[in-house]
Design a protein around this ligand. Structure first.
Ligand SMILES: Cc1cc2nc3c(=O)[nH]c(=O)nc-3n(C[C@H](O)[C@H](O)[C@H](O)COP(=O)(O)OP(=O)(O)OC[C@H]3O[C@@H](n4cnc5c(N)ncnc54)[C@H](O)[C@@H]3O)c2cc1C
Ligand code: FES
Length: 504
């Protein structure tokens, strides 16, 4: 088999995020590009934490796997995450109990605790795995009763928790400590996971974009370079929906979330912290340095928020609570929020051999790892106690209202394209600015990149016709409909689109 490896470094403008982890580990192509037709048993599309975890688990069950990654390892959201490993439900312990009942909620928590242990067992020393406590807390006296109710529910779902009035973070008035959580360097972890996959006989191809499956029982998929990959089973691990099962798009709307790394004057306790605001803020040490912290939050629907204002708000929030010496790094990345609070892991409805793991919200490091074990079991025919609850084909009755409201946001964006557009005066666009409007009577997405070069494209997303919006923080064109992301020069970067933006 002909394999070529491109040693070209993917430059930061075409990377999907500019996270802190990239400071000392730039995105490198380490694995070959697929340059001919290929046969495998299980094809895994996407080499983030979910794809690589499924690959490893399948290899451990004696299956042959090939992983194809459109960009390079670490380019996706895993490399732009903040490296918290936790088993506290994003929707809160009480909501999880209401949603699943006590027995299933305990099984779900256990699945995430086991994922933390699995990650630990796969870490080499570069991964900086550190076992730490997590704290869920409030800054508001009037919210203490609500947080105490969450504390009681946390015990019922199987977390080991202690109430404290002394949460070691500025402004906290009370909360609970959760045992058995951890932090890692997520970029190093991905690299170590990829090495394990190859050591166990898996094949990884980078810069090899694959088209999504549409047939009920596909036996092959095409790469962007027009090579055919033949398989028995295919796992979609591209973070978002990647199939023609449209309901899944509505159930996993795309959000953008922000993180900054800051040097602070007073050291932070080595623990994970989440507050009770919505969306919540979270804090942790970035590394073993006690005065280097990560702070995250300010989430909003992709393409529907002011990116610069959100990042500024995160910085203000941080400065109000910590004596900041310097901001070391600022970035954002995308996540996909399940409308009923649970991830989608399992067989795609209407397909015979297509599997998916998506809807991880902000906890995909544990959920992506757990998806690895669950999908590998399901593929070899072993049942799992959460198969139905996490099935991609479920439409939980409690999620219907939310699905409709998220769908309305989507429809509004599609309709916008028929509205008359503002005129764009390209001459007044400053470096780093972009806008959608009319140029010489034609609808266009125009930006001036930070080097001063002007780019003009059709503003219509090549996936399903959303109208892209300029993301000033990331210098990308983002599609609010399903979270597709394109570079300033129109290249496809992330999400469901398979083709770049058309040039005008
Ligand atoms: C700012 C931020 C911070 C976060 N912090 C945390 C945290 O601290 N802890 C936590 O548990 N979770 C966190 N999350 C969530 C977590 O990072 C994600 O849920 C998780 O990383 C998703 O992993 P993944 O493997 O599904 O996706 P990704 O890591 O995005 O991997 C998917 C891969 O698929 C590739 N791909 C896409 N399309 C194709 C195609 N057509 N062909 C081939 N390859 C393709 C992409 O290039 C990408 O590399 C955070 C999320 C955000 C946005
Ligand atoms: S229309 Fe689906 S990502 Fe743009």
């Amino acid at each position: 088999m002909k394999q070529t490896i491109s040693q070209q470094k993917i430059s930061s403008p075409s990377a999907i995020h500019k996270s802190f982890w990239l400071h000392d580990q730039p995105l490198d192509a380490r694995y070959p590009v697929l340059e001919e037709n290929h046969h495998t048993d299980v094809l895994i599309v996407g080499a983030g934490i979910a794809g690589l975890s499924v690959a490893l688990e399948l290899l451990e069950r004696g299956r042959q796997v090939t992983v194809c990654e459109a960009s390079v390892i670490g380019a996706g959201t895993t490399g732009g995450s903040s490296g918290h490993l936790d088993a506290h439900p994003e929707i809160g312990p009480q909501a999880l109990l209401n949603q699943m009942g006590e027995e299933k909620a305990r099984a779900y928590t256990l699945m995430r605790l086991e994922a933390i242990r699995a990650i630990q067992s796969r870490c080499d020393k570069n991964c900086e795995f550190r076992s730490v406590e997590g704290y869920f807390y409030t800054e508001h006296e009037e919210a203490l009763n609500d947080v105490k109710a969450e504390y009681e529910a946390a015990k019922k779902i199987g977390l080991s928790v202690n109430w404290t009035d002394q949460v070691p973070v500025p402004r906290a008035v009370g909360g609970y400590a959760i045992q058995g959580m951890a932090r890692i360097n997520c970029m190093s972890y991905l690299k170590s996971l990829a090495e394990l996959v190859v050591q166990k006989g898996g094949q990884i191809f980078e810069q090899t974009q694959v088209s999504g499956p549409v047939e009920p029982a596909p036996s092959s998929l095409k790469t962007a370079a027009d090579h055919e990959i033949y398989f028995n089973q295919v796992v979609c691990a591209v973070h978002c929906n990647f199939t023609d099962f449209q309901q899944l798009y509505l159930e996993t709307p795309a959000y953008q979330s922000y993180v900054l790394a800051a040097k602070v004057r007073v050291p932070l306790e080595d623990a994970l912290f989440w507050d009770d605001s919505d969306p919540y803020f979270y804090i942790r040490r970035a590394t073993d340095e006690e005065d280097l912290i990560l702070v995250g939050g300010c989430d909003h629907r992709t393409g529907a928020g002011d990116t610069t204002a959100s990042l500024n708000h995160l910085e203000e929030w941080t400065r109000e609570r910590f004596q900041v010496v310097s901001i070391v790094s600022r970035w954002s990345a995308e996540f996909f929020e399940p409308t009923d609070g649970l991830p989608f892991i399992g067989k795609v409805r209407g397909k015979e051999n297509v599997w998916i793991a998506t809807g991880f919200s902000g906890t995909g490091l544990t959920l992506g790892t757990a998806a690895g074990s669950m999908l590998a079991d399901l593929i070899i025919g072993k049942s799992n106690s959460l198969t139905e609850e996490l099935s991609p084909g479920r439409l939980n009755i409690t999620s219907v209202g939310k699905v409709i409201s998220e769908g309305t946001t989507t429809a509004v964006n599609l309709a916008e394209r028929v509205l008359p557009a503002q005129k764009i005066n390209v001459d007044v666009l400053q470096p780093g600015e972009g806008a959608v409007g009319k140029v010489d009577g034609k609808f266009a997405a125009v930006c001036r990149d930070r080097n001063g070069c002007v780019h003009s494209h059709s503003p219509i997303c090549t996936h399903m016709g959303g109208v892209v919006q300029w993301n000033e923080v990331e210098q990308t064109w983002d599609c609010p409909v399903h979270g597709g992301r394109f570079s300033a020069s129109g290249e496809r970067l992330y999400g469901p689109p398979e083709k770049k933006l058309e040039t005008e």
